[in-house]
Design a protein around this ligand. Structure first.
Ligand SMILES: [Zn+2]
Ligand SMILES: [Zn+2]
Ligand SMILES: [Zn+2]
Ligand SMILES: [Zn+2]
Ligand SMILES: [Zn+2]
Ligand SMILES: [Zn+2]
Length: 545
């Protein structure tokens, strides 16, 4: 199966949308791309070390990179308010009503305006708004009123009704809104209290009824839904992060590209599925793989060693006694553990098992071998995947040791603070590459073997060799620094040997970076060209032959 059924025009979408933003909201993206700061830092660093960037022009996107912007909460609020004001102006209604309708249309203002122009009453009714009213609901005292909920009818009772006219007392309204907002976390579509009435309580009314604290929570909930409902916006999934990312790669393009974005908080994640960066593996395969690992990985090794599959229904059978007469729990088929032939042909005694060449036994063993091969194949990829994950987890250790080394380097040599940063940078490159390698194994598991996969595996191997070599170098104690010995490497002094080591690390780091870039560029181009043939049914997760 190939990943071909996706549209090709997301890049056009992207350009259109960007143009829109530039034309309509000149301030919206005025702060430019997120990684500006990082790049500056990197440029300085590279320049200091005589490193030429692989692609000199930073504006040229690599095949595996996508355009994105990072927005603060304030920018998101501003953008949301501009959208509301814009639509309110066109429809000639109150901003709070425009907001309710925009939420109904998931912030697709073009569609809202188009539909509204065709059928103003129908669309506003669906959204739960009475648009033509310019009157805000107010607290009023109504003579001889009895609240339908709490039955209070005391004199001077404050009451409230939306434009539908369903009237309740102030306390009941406040209790209702508190429950919806604070308890249930609702914001978008809190409706009139009257059963069956679909009118939405607008923002102004909520502000009037609830306490400032609850109102603030309500505003935050609304803001979250604004981002959640906007196809091109996503909150950074890092805990407590306040930034949202804007990216115009649509869901329909996710078989062709892995849209990796980087937040200002330095969290790098996939815009498509918000999982941590999983290049070069596409989102759908990542989901299948993670599910498979959760289901299978712990037991797969054990299964491989201690079980066989029923030769009839393929369910896994564990041999837990000495007897070779096996009965499948699922389909009740009886067979021989040793030759896998049907038990019925064995007579009543196992020592009659001399039927190795019987057709039934041979077929059964072939089937078993095939199923074993599938399991072994999975374990091959899983173990390598898990190994990189494990190595990356041990990285906090490496980071700590590296920090110590950096301090030691500064005190033993004439290297400046900026000059010892190469170590931290090298660890970052190492970890990033381990993540990439990890996902190459998941990707490879789902690849159908052909001459394209051979090239992929070459790239994978080259990166792996480079990564292990860099890792080894980084874990090696620095001569003359860790042990306090002054003269090392024969004639070389400490200063000289440190400068030598630094050059080695820089060289290896540069090599790892370039290998990673080669691998990611090739896989990304392959995805765009539909060059990779997959061996999995996306719907069922079953492997195809
Ligand atoms: Zn009441
Ligand atoms: Zn009502
Ligand atoms: Zn973040
Ligand atoms: Zn993803
Ligand atoms: Zn069975
Ligand atoms: Zn037998």
């Amino acid at each position: 199966m190939s990943a071909m059924d996706v549209n090709d025009d997301y890049q056009d979408d992207m350009l259109d949308c960007d143009d829109d933003i530039v034309d309509d909201e000149p301030d919206y993206d005025s702060d430019g791309m997120d990684d500006e700061d990082d790049d500056d830092e990197e440029d300085d660093f590279d320049a200091a070390d005589g490193f030429a960037p692989v692609i000199a022009d930073k504006d040229v996107k690599k095949a595996y990179e996508v355009e994105f912007l990072v927005h603060s909460t304030d920018e998101i609020i501003e953008f949301q308010n501009k959208e509301i004001a814009h639509v309110a102006g066109i429809l000639g209604c109150l901003p709070e009503h425009a907001a309710t309708m925009l939420r109904q249309f998931k912030w697709n203002k073009e569609r809202l305006i188009e539909r509204y122009m065709e059928d103003p009453e129908g669309e506003s009714e669906k959204a739960g708004v009475v648009v033509d009213t310019k009157k805000q609901p107010r607290f009023t005292v109504v003579n001889k009123f009895e609240c339908p909920i709490c039955c209070s009818d005391e004199e001077g009772l404050e009451t409230l009704a939306l434009s539908c006219g369903h009237r309740f007392c102030r306390d009941c309204y406040e209790a209702y809104l508190n429950e919806k907002i604070a308890q249930q976390g609702e914001s978008r579509r809190i409706q009139c209290m009257e059963a069956g009435c679909r009118l939405v309580v607008d923002e102004k009314t909520v502000e009037m009824v609830v306490s400032p604290k609850v109102y603030e929570k309500y505003r935050n909930l609304l803001l979250r839904t604004f981002v959640d409902d906007s196809a091109h916006l996503k909150w950074c999934p890092a805990p407590d992060c306040i930034y949202a990312i804007e990216c115009h790669v649509p869901q329909s393009a996710l078989d062709e590209i892995v849209p990796t974005v980087k937040c200002k908080c330095s969290n790098q994640f996939c815009f498509g599925c918000t999982l941590p960066d999983h290049q070069p593996c596409i989102c759908r395969l990542v989901r299948l793989w993670l599910k498979k690992c959760a289901d299978d990985s712990e037991t797969a090794n054990w299964i491989s060693a201690n079980t066989k599959e029923c030769t009839k229904c393929n369910s896994t059978i564990e041999k837990n006694g000495g007897c070779n007469h096996m009965t499948c729990k699922k389909c009740k088929y009886e067979f021989c553990w040793v030759c896998l032939g049907p038990w019925s042909e064995h007579g009543t005694q196992w020592y009659n098992c001399n039927r190795f060449d019987e057709k039934a036994s041979v077929d059964a063993r072939d089937a078993q071998a095939k199923s074993r091969a599938a399991l072994e194949r999975y374990l091959h990829y899983y173990n390598r995947y898990a190994n990189h994950e494990q190595s990356a987890k041990l990285s906090s250790d490496l980071l700590q040791k590296t920090a110590q080394k950096m301090e030691a380097l500064q005190s033993t040599s004439t290297l400046s603070w900026i000059e010892v940063q190469f170590l931290r940078k090298a660890v970052d490159v190492l970890l990033e590459s381990r993540m990439t390698l990890k996902w190459t194994y998941s990707f490879a598991y789902y690849l159908k073997r052909d001459n394209m996969t051979a090239l992929f595996e070459d790239n994978q191997r080259d990166l792996e060799v480079a990564v292990e070599s860099l890792n080894e170098l980084l874990e090696r104690p620095i001569p003359g620094v860790a042990d306090g010995v002054q003269a090392v490497n024969g004639h070389m002094g400490v200063e000289e040997s440190i400068r030598d080591l630094r050059q080695q690390v820089l060289d290896k780091m540069g090599y790892v970076k370039s290998r990673r870039e080669v691998l990611l560029t090739d896989t990304a181009q392959g995805l765009k060209e539909h060059r990779w043939k997959l061996n999995v049914d996306f719907k069922t997760g079953d492997m195809l032959d």
